[in-house]
Write a protein that binds this ligand. Structure first.
Ligand code: PLP
Length: 263
């Protein structure tokens, strides 16, 4: 008799599609596969996108988002959830309402604007992100532009990252990772829950092909949490994974290429 195959941890991304395959649910599912988990997706929006930018975006009806979520949760079950592009206040409210009911850890990547400057979240959705989504987050992973959008703070150095983390924690996530990758020098992130503080440092790779970095980090954290890791362990491992993926990022099309998941 053959032994039953082990079931991998189940991880769900609630995010938008990037037709170019570099960010969004495509990056999430690649990360989940690379890290030995079963990836599932609730699609929130479809983007027409390539290495040059976002040429179009269409959000799905709230009903379609709710139905996808119910299908996955009611039958398969999830051990961690990651959220990415949520497009509008209606979808932020819908997703926050669904996640308020789950016991699974939730990683919120508060996606606002793409590297090319394309808006992936409507300005009027910021209140919902602060008031409804961040309170259900186990970990929130803003970059410095998203910190500015959400808190009004402009961050230029490590003391500024500490102030940004405190401002983000005031909205209710249990932990925050303030990603300092946009600052010059080492790639420094600050992970804190308001009492513990972990400064995560990695050498900067001189590679402009970094499309999908944020999605990849948040998904990798969710994979660690689905395995039962504590937050600092999951975030450290995710940072290592994304550092390798950035080092291996490659040119594709005429613009910014994706990070690589096969390194
Ligand atoms: N497109 C989608 C669907 C995304 O979810 C994201 C980021 O979360 C992006 C594009 C932006 O990716 P980047 O800023 O790495 O170019």
């Amino acid at each position: 008799m053959t032994a039953p195959l082990a079931v991998p941890p189940r991880v769900l991304t609630v995010a938008g599609s990037d037709s170019g395959g570099g960010a969004g649910i495509q990056a999430d599912l690649k990360t989940m596969l690379a890290l030995g988990t079963h990836g599932m997706s609730v699609l929130t929006a479809v983007t027409a996108q390539n290495s040059l930018g976002v040429q179009g975006a269409w959000e799905l009806p709230a009903e379609a988002v709710r139905a996808q979520y119910r299908s996955v949760v009611d039958d398969i079950g999830v051990q961690a959830v990651k959220t990415g592009m949520l497009a509008s206040a209606v979808l932020v409210d819908t997703v926050a309402g669904l996640l308020a009911e789950t016991d699974a850890p939730v990683v919120v990547d508060p996606v606002g604007i793409s590297k090319h400057g394309d808006a992936l979240l409507a300005a009027e959705a910021l209140d919902s992100v602060r008031e409804r989504l961040l309170p259900v987050a186990t970990v929130a992973t803003p970059n410095l532009d998203e910190v500015t959008q959400l808190t009004g703070l402009t961050v230029t150095d490590e003391p500024g990252m500490r102030r940004a983390a405190a401002a983000m924690l005031s909205y209710g996530p249990r932990w925050v990772v303030v990603k300092g990758g946009h600052l010059p020098g080492e790639a420094v992130d600050l992970l804190t829950d308001g009492s513990e503080e972990h400064w995560l440092r990695a050498p900067r790779h001189d590679n402009r092909h970094t499309h999908g970095t944020g999605c990849t980090l948040a998904s990798a954290i969710a994979c660690g949490l689905a395995r039962g890791q504590d937050v600092p362990t999951a975030v450290r491992a995710a940072k290592d994974y994304v550092t390798g993926a950035i080092a291996a990022g490659f040119a594709l099309g005429g613009g910014i290429g994706p990070v690589d998941h096969g390194w």
